[in-house]
Design a protein around this ligand. Structure first.
Ligand SMILES: Cc1cc2nc3c(=O)[nH]c(=O)nc-3n(C[C@H](O)[C@H](O)[C@H](O)COP(=O)(O)OP(=O)(O)OC[C@H]3O[C@@H](n4cnc5c(N)ncnc54)[C@H](O)[C@@H]3O)c2cc1C
Length: 415
């Protein structure tokens, strides 16, 4: 029996573990947490088929000082990050060159545009109905300046063949009447969708994985060591020997990748959410407020406000004020929003400077070691398509996408 071991039971690891199951193969999934309960549980739930440009964009450097000086703003940089991750930040800023943005946009789109089709395929294959609300995504802008700037980014949607509509304030409010009358305008992406409670998706994937004979080990992987063509997984009671190892440990993947011989500039773009169980308003679809850096998603347990970026180390203590400020900012765009938010939450987006994941086989072990981590802002979106790629590679088949852009040894220039 071929032993396949997947490290990390976030949404990427869960989708991968399911896609890997075959007769004659044992799949073991390892996580120190309950499946799906880390970063994958608290996101905004968006299948962002139309978000096709990277995070680092031209103009970012000029806006950085004012963004960083505002502690309640959408982007915050904590000193712990500067101390440990300055090279990441320099590489991130270097990615804003137009030619690199274009290349990243092509590669993001290849994973995100077909995302719903891959999710539907995976879920259907394991007997689950599609759980997504298919009402598109509205990018809403409070200021004319922000709206005009965002319209320039539509060039990437046009080039990638992503449908969108430009709406003035009244047209956007006709779609979502809870939006403020002062709204400057919006961009509507009809092919996006959202999941009404991402933890449920992980729970269902895990239940199917177990029902189809998958093994789950709860524990923390301390170290990975190559033994010939196999990889020993250390730190657990049993020390499984993997014929094929799949590293899907989200923001924690860099240390383990290093033990396998691969250094990768992975940082954590931390994000927060807060829940309004009884929001006093109704949204039909996710509304994203790019100027404020967060999304409002109508979910099973209320309205979830999720987003912002905090560049800080994984170990830095949470800044819960950032979660609470989401409610304050949301009232600017959703004036009827009721109540204090509850259950503030912090998650860790696993991010590379070019906003692309590491996806594919290790160049020096093409049949034995595989990577799927670093999906940044788009892990929920891209999990099923990533899983399909790794499953094909593991079988020695051609993956459905060309994976060169996501290779672990791609260059990250400093200039
Ligand atoms: C505020 C916020 C909003 C977001 N909104 C969206 C959105 O709307 N749409 C979207 O597509 N994406 C969104 N994202 C991004 C998305 O949530 C992530 O990209 C995704 O969850 C990453 O999934 P993952 O499986 O790679 O990582 P994780 O969910 O972090 O899973 C990794 C797992 O590996 C385990 N692990 C790590 N190291 C070890 C070890 N040594 N031993 C054992 N286990 C280990 C961890 O415990 C964890 O469970 C958002 C993120 C945030 C923070």
């Amino acid at each position: 029996m071929t032993q396949r071991v997947v490290i990390g039971a976030g949404v990427v690891g869960l989708a991968t573990a399911l896609a890997l199951q075959r007769p004659g193969v044992t799949v073991t999934l390892i996580d120190r947490l309950a499946p799906g309960s880390g970063t994958s549980s608290g996101n905004a739930g968006i299948i962002a088929a139309g978000s096709v440009h990277p995070e680092s964009m031209p103009g970012l450097l000029a806006n950085l000082p004012s963004m960083l000086l505002n502690p309640q703003g959408p982007l915050r940089l904590r000193p712990s990050f500067l101390l440990k991750q300055l090279p990441w930040l320099v590489r991130f800023l270097a990615q804003a060159r137009p030619v690199r943005v274009e290349a990243a946009s092509v590669a993001i789109s290849a994973l995100s545009k077909p995302a719903l089709r891959y999710w539907d395929g995976l879920l259907q294959q394991v007997g689950l109905p599609s759980p997504f609300t298919r009402k598109g995504l509205l990018y809403a802008f409070g200021s004319h300046r922000g709206f005009t700037a965002a319209l320039r980014h539509n060039v990437y949607r046009t080039r990638r063949g992503i449908p969108f509509e430009i709406l003035d304030g009244p047209a956007a409010r006709a779609l979502e009447p809870a939006l403020a009358p002062s709204l400057a305008g919006a961009i509507y992406a009809p092919e996006a969708a959202h999941h009404p409670w991402p933890q449920t998706l992980s729970d269902q994937l895990f239940e199917r994985f177990r029902a189809r004979g998958g093994h789950f080990v709860r524990g923390s992987v301390a170290a990975l060591a190559r033994e010939g063509r196999q990889v020993r997984v250390n730190g657990l009671g049993a020390q499984p020997l993997a014929d094929q190892l799949f590293l899907c440990a989200g923001a924690y993947s860099a240390t383990l990748a290093k033990q396998l011989g691969w250094a990768v500039p992975l940082a954590s773009e931390r994000g927060y959410h807060i829940l309004h169980p009884d929001p006093g308003l109704r949204l039909t679809r996710t509304v994203l407020f790019p100027e404020l850096g967060f999304a409002a998603t109508p979910m099973a347990e209320g309205l979830r406000l999720a987003g912002t970026v905090e560049l800080a180390s994984l170990e830095a203590p949470p800044a819960w004020g950032r979660a609470k400020v989401l409610s304050h900012n949301a009232r600017k765009m959703l004036p009827a929003l009721k109540g204090p938010g509850v259950r503030p939450w912090l998650g860790f987006r696993p991010s590379l400077p070019d906003s692309l994941p590491v996806l594919g086989a290790a160049p020096d072990a093409p049949q034995g070691i595989f990577f799927a981590f670093g999906h940044g802002h788009l892990g929920l979106t891209q999990a099923a398509v990533s899983a399909a790629c790794l499953a094909a590679l593991a079988e020695g088949e051609t993956p459905p996408l060309e994976l060169a852009s996501y290779r672990i040894n791609r260059p990250f220039p400093l200039l």
